[in-house]
Design a protein around this ligand. Structure first.
Ligand code: HEC
Length: 112
């Protein structure tokens, strides 16, 4: 509520005005891929939230649980979040595009 809902909405629907994407149809597909899991930790709103590794793991697990219909329950741990955070991504938009392309080639469609 404090760190995310101002942009993403209480219902995870995002905001067309702020160009905040909805979680549904995306987070579940990303959460089952190593690159997608990495992306979810490094996306700016998460990376810059100021939350600890364990609170970040908990909020991402909540997001995947609530909006990731069908995603296997591979929960984030604080250790996974910490390991990802020590890596850097130069272009988060390019990373997202690559993941969406890789998924599409395997017949997994992301909703936008
Ligand atoms: C200041 C507004 C803002 C805040 C606060 C924010 N986000 Fe975001 N979030 C965005 C925007 C805008 C995007 C689209 C990608 C981008 O431009 O960074 C996004 C993208 C995402 C994505 C990836 C969605 C996709 O389809 O690529 C996830 C997951 C996410 N945010 C989770 C969170 C979580 C969890 C929090 C709280 C810890 C949070 N965000 C806080 C604005 C925000």
């Amino acid at each position: 509520m404090l760190h995310c809902s101002g942009c993403h909405g209480r219902d995870g629907g995002g905001s067309a005005v702020g160009r905040v994407p909805p979680f549904a149809g995306v987070v579940g597909r990303f959460a089952r891929e190593p690159q997608g899991r990495r992306y979810l930790v490094l996306v700016p709103g998460v990376a810059n939230s100021g939350l600890s590794d364990s609170d970040t793991a908990r909020v991402l697990n909540y997001v995947v649980e609530a909006w990731g219909a069908g995603a296997p329950r591979a929960a984030y741990t604080a250790a996974e979040v910490n390991a990802i955070r020590t890596s850097r991504v130069d272009d988060i938009v390019a990373l997202r595009r690559k993941i969406v392309g890789d998924l599409a080639r395997r017949g997994i469609r992301v909703s936008y």
